[in-house]
Design a protein around this ligand. Structure first.
Ligand SMILES: C[S@@+](CC[C@H](N)C(=O)[O-])C[C@H]1O[C@@H](n2cnc3c(N)ncnc32)[C@H](O)[C@@H]1O
Length: 390
């Protein structure tokens, strides 16, 4: 496909998405209908589509509207736009005089447009980041870096780097976590690489790894919102604890046995009744459902889908999960609370409210990871009962 034809495909997909189709579905449906597109075309089109959703507000303004054409156009400078929008072959039709003038004109943008945030979220980001707010918002419009976690049970970082290099993947260490490697060349080869297939490395964001690396040593660890099991597996790579996984939606745990086997650790899956029976645990991790605002580089449509009402519902669910988890921790144990959100309401404020309602508990750690540190935005708090060692 020519660059122009790729731009036209991105326009079609974005129109489907703006018409109500989830982004992944719109991409998959388009790929199914367009067998002529090779894997490089699909990857390039996906990159354009994700880029435009990350910067939806500013692209729509520059491109002349919240449409597929507006978004794709608004992400290019004039020269690039004129090269892509030629009307030749499958390329989109040439720019109108109005489009040319708009895209060429320097304009002063309102803050929510520069920030590429829904307006109601501006105050939340300002409360979280103060002077860093605009750099953080800009970082969330960039493509996420690809990180792997080296499974320290199977080898060290140098070993993993050379194993990845054998498959043409360049990987460099990252200061945020000693098990993290950033894939700087050929990340798309990872799924077929020996290091990945042998369980030496696993895809995991660097801040997510740092959250797991900071958890205290324990003999029994319950990952109460385990999902795909990324956190419990990361914990198991560092500690000889007995590992348990639970999720409010048990179907989310279905791949865990296979992933655990590949990682060389054993994880027992528990339903809610079994959690109560097996309790108390030394360490209970609640990686709760959240807005995902720290990970909007990866899932940009979440940014535009979140509403104040949906956030309220998430806050209530997070409180509910904390209340339940408290009963599962042994008296001297640790309750760890984590989100991939950067909003204070889901993080610092949620924990402050928990401590207000549970005066026998104290906070022994509170750490927010900013997207400016290289990985996703994350938050973690460790809670222990007063009078017990952390
Ligand atoms: C942020 S995700 C967890 C991601 C996972 N820890 C990982 O690292 O891959 C949150 C998980 O909480 C689960 N969940 C939702 N409501 C829950 C509840 N009431 N109790 C426990 N888990 C719940 C969701 O199904 C989802 O898998």
């Amino acid at each position: 496909m020519t660059p122009g034809a790729r731009a036209a495909a991105a326009i079609e997909i974005l129109d489907l998405h703006l018409g109500g189709q989830p982004l992944e579905k719109a991409l998959t449906n388009w790929a199914r209908r367009s067998r002529f597109a090779g894997s490089k075309d699909r990857a390039a089109i996906r990159d354009i589509v994700f880029d435009r959703i990350r910067s939806r507000a500013s692209c729509a303004l520059r491109g002349g509207g919240l449409t597929g054409r507006g978004l794709v156009l608004g992400g290019f400078d004039l020269e690039m736009a004129q090269q892509m929008f030629t009307g030749e072959g499958h390329a989109p039709s040439p720019l109108s005089a109005e489009e040319t003038a708009r895209i060429d004109a320097p304009s002063s943008l309102p803050p929510e447009v520069t920030a590429n945030l829904p307006p109601w979220l501006l105050a939340h980001f300002e409360a979280a980041f103060g002077d860093d707010m605009m750099p953080v918002c800009a970082a969330l419009t960039e493509r996420a870096k690809v990180f792997v976690r080296v499974n320290l049970r199977k080898g060290d970082v140098e070993h993993a780097q050379s194993a990845l290099a054998e498959d043409g993947i360049r990987a460099v260490a990252h200061p945020l976590c000693d098990s993290a490697l950033e894939l700087t060349e050929n990340p798309r080869k990872l799924a077929g690489s020996r290091a990945y297939l042998d369980g030496l490395v696993e895809l995991q964001d660097v801040a997510s790894q740092a959250v797991c690396a900071g958890l205290p040593d324990a003999q029994t660890m319950l990952d109460y919102c385990a999902g795909g099991g990324g956190k419990v597996l990361a914990y198991g790579a560092r500690h000889d604890a007995r590992l348990f996984a639970h999720d409010g939606n048990p179907r989310r745990l279905k791949d865990l046995p296979e992933r655990a086997a590949r990682a060389g650790v054993a994880v027992e899956r528990l339903d809610d009744v079994q959690c109560t029976r097996k309790a108390p645990f030394d360490l209970v991790l609640c990686d709760v459902p959240c807005s995902g605002s720290g990970a909007w580089r990866r899932q940009p449509e979440g940014k535009w889908r979140l509403t104040p009402e949906a956030l309220e519902q998430l806050l209530a669910l997070q409180r509910e999960i904390l209340d339940r988890a408290v009963s599962l921790v042994r008296p001297e144990g640790t309750l760890a609370y984590a989100t991939c959100s950067v909003l204070r309401s889901e993080n610092e404020d949620q924990i402050a409210q928990f401590l207000d309602h549970n005066p026998e508990w104290a906070q022994s750690c509170s750490r927010r990871y900013s997207p400016l540190e290289g990985g996703d935005g994350f938050y973690v708090a460790h809670l222990t009962r007063r009078g017990s060692a952390s």
